[in-house]
Write a protein that binds this ligand. Structure first.
Ligand code: ZN
Length: 402
């Protein structure tokens, strides 16, 4: 029981510093209503495990200036993986949201999962070796996948863009690397990234809408209630037209069959044809639109209209306070898409609900999912700082093997 309380107090210290910035031990004791002697011993443990560091002196309050403590943002890392229809990205992400090294491989899971898992493991080993960062500074592996995930089982359940992910588990990766692995829906990872790095002190629930290879989303409860439910949401499979085009999920007329990278690439080829034998990319369509091509402008506006209507429906159903829209389609079409999206949102959402919601593009841009994977690792360390890898079960097993 005493160990459990100490773990909760260490979590509270990390959270307090993350949200409010570097602080002295006296300030932590006062704000968290802990005994100064407890704060001294708890912060010593967090300094010893490398989660905190001393960052200079604060303003003196009578006697000696107090030493300030901060999360060691530059000294800790996570491995971040995204598994999408276009391929696998493996990156090393520092806890200050820097991405010092990354590798892309155009591979995706297929029927025989073992070769895929072996390739993922090799790519992780390669990233660690090339970055020259010691394993002991990597606190875990966050994996964002374009799929519905059962977080309790750490298992992918279904994906409309990756046919063969059913029952994809990453125990093999955890055992090979000797690091804990956390598998989540990619939109949920993006939502976590925005929460931790853009809105750390914000108490609103956050609704994430992701438009990339597929279209999906997530809802995060307010930060102040870390253990309340959170959901990955299949916004992309809201039905727009029951007689519409087939969707990757096996049904018809879903939003994703109209607005997702995959759907838009098919539509772009039908509309613009191949040029010099090559299908148009979404970046090429953006270029034509910027040059004033009316068909390209109309094509992007139509996607913005679908998204704006979907967002209006979300606002009318959920009455959210903060909606963040991100994903690779937003990275490519950004401002071209946003004007039409806003116009349709204004036109279709109830004004009384619209007044209380902020709808914004993801601020972390194209690294949002990777940074979110690192946030997922940080969340796990926060919730249980004593389970940091060098002390964790898997870490100990790996150390015993070495
Ligand atoms: Zn669908």
């Amino acid at each position: 029981m005493r160990r459990r309380i100490a773990a909760l107090q260490r979590s509270a210290i990390l959270r307090q510093i993350w949200v409010h910035g570097p602080q002295s031990r006296a300030s932590l004791a006062r704000r968290l209503k802990l005994r100064p002697s407890s704060v001294t011993s708890l912060t010593r443990e967090l300094l010893d495990t490398g989660l905190l560091r001393e960052v200079g002196e604060g303003r003196p309050n009578g006697g000696r200036p107090p030493l300030l403590l901060d999360v060691d943002r530059a000294g800790n890392y996570a491995l971040a993986l995204t598994v999408e229809s276009r391929g696998l990205t493996v990156a090393l992400v520092r806890w200050d949201a820097q991405v010092p090294h990354r590798v892309f491989e155009p591979i995706r899971p297929d029927e025989n999962l073992l070769p895929f898992l072996q390739a993922v493991t090799r790519t992780c080993e390669r990233v660690l070796a090339e970055a020259g960062v010691g394993r002991e500074r990597v606190r875990g592996v966050g994996v964002g996948i374009s799929a519905l995930v059962d977080p309790a089982a750490n298992e992918a359940v279904f994906s409309s863009t990756l046919a063969a992910v059913q029952r994809l588990r990453l125990d093999f990766l955890a055992q090979s690397l000797g690091l804990p692995v956390y598998l989540e829906d990619i939109a949920y990872m993006m939502a976590l990234g925005e929460r931790w790095f853009v809105y750390p002190g914000d108490h609103r629930a956050l609704v994430m809408v992701y438009v990339g290879g597929g279209t999906c989303g997530a809802i995060l409860e307010p930060w102040a209630r870390p253990h309340s439910p959170r959901f990955a949401c299949e916004f992309g499979h809201m039905v727009v037209d029951p007689d519409g085009p087939p969707c990757g999920c096996g049904k018809r007329g879903c939003l994703e069959a109209y607005v997702s990278e995959r759907a838009l690439l098919v539509q772009a080829e039908q509309l613009f044809g191949r040029r010099n034998g090559v299908s148009p990319t979404l970046a090429a369509v953006a270029e034509w639109a910027k040059e004033g091509d009316p068909a390209a402008r109309q094509f992007i506006a139509a996607a913005g209209e679908y998204l704006g209507v979907m967002l209006a429906n979300l606002v009318n159903v959920l009455a959210p306070a903060l909606v963040v829209v991100g994903g690779s389609l937003l990275d490519t079409w950004g401002s071209l898409l946003w004007a039409e999206l806003e116009r349709c949102l204004q036109e279709h959402a109830l004004p009384q609900l619209l007044r209380q919601v902020e709808v914004v593009p993801a601020r972390l841009g194209e690294d949002a999912a990777l940074i979110g994977c690192a946030a997922r690792v940080m969340q796990a360390v926060w919730e249980s700082p004593e389970a940091a890898p060098e002390r964790g079960v898997l870490g100990r097993a790996a150390a015993a093997q070495a």
